[in-house]
Design a protein around this ligand. Structure first.
Ligand SMILES: C[S@@+](CC[C@H](N)C(=O)[O-])C[C@H]1O[C@@H](n2cnc3c(N)ncnc32)[C@H](O)[C@@H]1O
Length: 260
């Protein structure tokens, strides 16, 4: 079996491309509470902004943001999702592409967004490559805004059950979903990675069908700074500013906004 990158891609691309996943993401259309709060806090002039929206899924953020900005490009590496978003929003530019190898010219965008922890779906070296690619396509002073799973979350050590009884009951139910969840868990759990800097975990998302990166805010800020970003701001999942030195135990994911 290939390296870490190939193993993670094999799991995550097929989970995101499943019929259930495509239907789920194509039914979404509004910004999350935390996303609205971060947007307000940033006070951006969206009307003058060229936006690259990475990992758009079925176009949830396309619906909310494309009408507000000067230029909009949406992109996803799952062709089925990009196709659904294209069909939903005729006239909006939606590309099939990979955030690790962007085909855009240097200094093309004012804002790059990777929403709802989409960046967490790739291996560690690939994540660093995404940071570098995003910085390359941003204009000087442009911003990268993304969310990412928080390794400092108080229930991280209780994954995959996340401290709630529901998954246990799901696993016991004699249903196809429970069978699939069990099969996914058996297949993916041995591929988990735990290091001092990050963990790649098979949590309950998509019926245990994904391997997702979790990182504490301090380590995430260090990665951004190493990639050349500055002025990094961190917000909790509801959009309140947090100190990057704290672990933010109440938030399963955090928002990061950094300047190129
Ligand atoms: C959790 S889903 C979120 C979808 C959408 N942003 C939303 O909030 O509804 C993550 C998305 O990121 C996409 N994605 C993950 N890694 C990617 C990569 N390297 N390049 C492009 N898209 C990627 C997945 O295909 C998926 O659509």
């Amino acid at each position: 079996m290939g390296g870490e990158s190939e193993r993670i891609d094999a799991a995550n691309v097929s989970a995101y491309a499943s019929d259930a996943s495509v239907s789920h993401y194509a039914a979404q259309s509004s910004l999350q509470v935390g996303e609205r709060a971060v947007l307000d806090a940033l006070g951006l002039d969206l009307a003058g902004t060229d936006l690259l929206d990475l990992g758009i899924g079925g176009g949830r953020t396309t619906a909310a943001l494309a009408p507000l900005v000067a230029g909009y490009v949406g992109l996803d590496y799952v062709p089925e999702l990009a196709e659904r978003a294209r069909a939903r929003f005729p006239g909006v530019r939606v590309e099939t592409g990979d955030a690790r190898a962007l085909e855009h010219e240097d200094a093309t965008f004012d804002l790059v967004l990777f929403s709802f922890n989409g960046i967490d779906g790739v291996a560690h070296e690939d994540r660093l490559q995404i940071l570098s690619e995003v910085r390359r396509v941003l204009r000087p002073g442009g911003r990268f805004w993304f969310s990412a799973h928080n390794r400092g979350w108080s229930r991280f050590h209780r994954l995959p059950w996340q401290g709630r009884p529901r998954p246990g009951r799901v696993m016991l139910r004699k249903s196809y979903e429970a069978w699939r969840a069990r099969a996914n868990r058996r297949r993916l759990r041995p591929l988990e990675v735990h290091t001092d800097e990050y963990a790649i975990v098979n949590d309950e998302a998509h019926d245990y069908g994904l391997l997702l990166y979790y990182v504490a805010p301090e380590a995430q800020v260090r990665q951004l700074e190493a990639a050349g970003f500055g002025d990094v701001r961190v917000y909790d999942q509801w959009g309140s500013p947090v100190d990057a030195g704290s672990t933010s135990p109440e938030s399963i994911w955090l928002h990061y906004v950094a300047r190129s």
